[in-house]
Design a protein around this ligand. Sequence first.
Ligand code: FAD
Length: 629
Amino acid sequence: MTNIERHSYDVVVIGAGGAGLRAAIEARLAGKKTAIISKSLFGKAHTVMAEGGAAAAMGNVNPNDNWMVHFRDTMRGGKFLNNFRMAELHAKEAPDRIWELETYGALFDRTKTGKISQRNFGGHEYPRLAHVGDRTGLELIRTLQQKIVSLQQEDYREFGDYDAKIRVFAETTITELFIEDGRVAGCFGYYRESGDFVLFDAPAIVLATGGVGKSYKVTSNSWEYTGDGHALALRAGATLINMEFLQFHPTGMVWPPSVKGILVTESVRGDGGVLKNTKGERFMFNYVPDVFRKQYAETPEEADRWYEDPDNNRRPPELLPRDEVARAINSEVKEGRGTPAGGVLLDIASRLPAEQVRKRLPSMYHQFKELADVDITKQPMEVGPTCHYVMGGVEVDADTAQAHVEGLFAAGEVSGGMHGSNRLGGNSLSDLLVFGKRAGEYAAKFADAHPRKKVSAATVEAAVETALAPLNRGESGENPYTLHSELQQVMGDLVGIIRRQGELEQSLGRLMELKERAKKVGVGGGRRYNPGWHLALDLRNMLIVSECTAKAALQREESRGGHTREDFPGMNPQWRLVNLVCSLEGEDIALTRQPVPTMRPELLGLFDYSELAKYMTPEELSGLDKDGA
Ligand code: FAD
């Protein structure tokens, strides 16, 4: 019998990024014995990489801002496919979550009058992103970790044990959730360093595992974004929604090849940076879609005036939502106006004095200097789209963050619905604070109300067997690195930024073939720190999540947000009514269509009828009042 370390907790949080830490704090504050599990080192989650800031309508820089404007911007950015209740809660609660971070010790940049400073970002009507230079995520993680340490110190005073009520299990990967009688019973995984197995029994689990970017070759995401939480949820019987919507951030580095995909923050454009093609044209003016035409400047002069006088001028088109900018760059390159490496030029050097660039964008300055030998105070940056964020994710109840399995909760990037078909920059950091807190709160309530379930010996044995299978096959099995690289090629080439029916069908054929080969994946060596083994286990997650994306992308016959079909250009109002929901049937992904929840009348009333008319079906519009939707 394999040796397994066993622990018992009230709430287990899988993931130690912003969502996981905020959830864990809330569960511990509710008195629950809480575990935080993290595949990477503690502190090294994606959240730490977030640069631009956290969106919250505090109105510090422009007093006209409020939750209703933020709600409107979020719905517009998501092309009205968002779960409206999530967007509402997010817009209402984000300012409190930011203030609360200051009570935990965060120090945001200030305005001249000492308020939390807020910067412009694509799709946000007013300056809204609370930030710390371009290192906001670092401050967020540092602060949440500090709060956890302070709670552990309280526990030490009371119980003589720092880990009595909240303990971090770093470099620990969860590979299975245990469900007994339809309810969460615990989870299972391994310590990355020793390869030893560990089991947690718990009545409530919060998934906070982030995204899926590592299924793509060009991505801003790091190694741990392999869709584990999405796959764990599916295998547990939960559902994923709208997995066709992936955000390709318009500005990733394109040169040198070794750093291709690394993010160039949107703050560069928020602070005045402009995009040019190799002919020197500021091309974004040619790509303003009709739905946004009223809000964006028509000339460079008007766009430039906006930075000084936003109340009397319209915003520059460089600040359109990300999906629009990414497609525009893609078209410029395709039409031969890109650089030889396949990018366009992002110029901040001619727009801000050198010391301002270094002060406002210190990470970008160092990133380009060290990785590309480019001085961004003197030269333009070469940029192109990179796979960045998944809007789809675990289907949850908006208020409680509970998935369709009792005791299973999800928050942060792993959850779906909040951002509709496209996320606005800055809305992720605020999302993970708002829904991280809610997930922790409701997981704690669930644990209070439900006795723990016993994990059966048979399920544990099955989990061990699955985990050991690649090692048992040894080097004669399929190589996990080869399979991973083929998967990335399939997803990048056939399910990328612009999609076509034939290619999507081809991708599904390739994915099925890879899935079969992945059943025979094998690795040499033992359990002690063995990255090949880790990748072999991650592969099955990436494969089922990629299948969800490809199947949903094939089924959605329209272009909306982070899903562009060359054969179905433009939004189709009938498709706005549809959420595509993935579930696991046997080994395959089944897709069903479910109605998008209908917005409450008082929220609909926040939009002009003329705007709703761009998105809604005639039947929906017939019930609305033209003078005040
Ligand atoms: P993460 O912070 O990624 O945390 C996921 C955690 O789950 C990690 O601890 C990981 O180790 C763990 N994990 C994963 N799988 C397992 C497993 N199987 N077992 C155990 N643990 C597991 N958003 C903004 O709003 N503003 C920005 O300025 C911004 N800038 C960004 C810049 C970059 C370069 C990137 C990549 C993203 C940026 N984003 C930004 C997006 C934002 O950072 C992420 O969407 C957000 O941080 C996700 O937070 P999370 O808590 O959901 O997941």
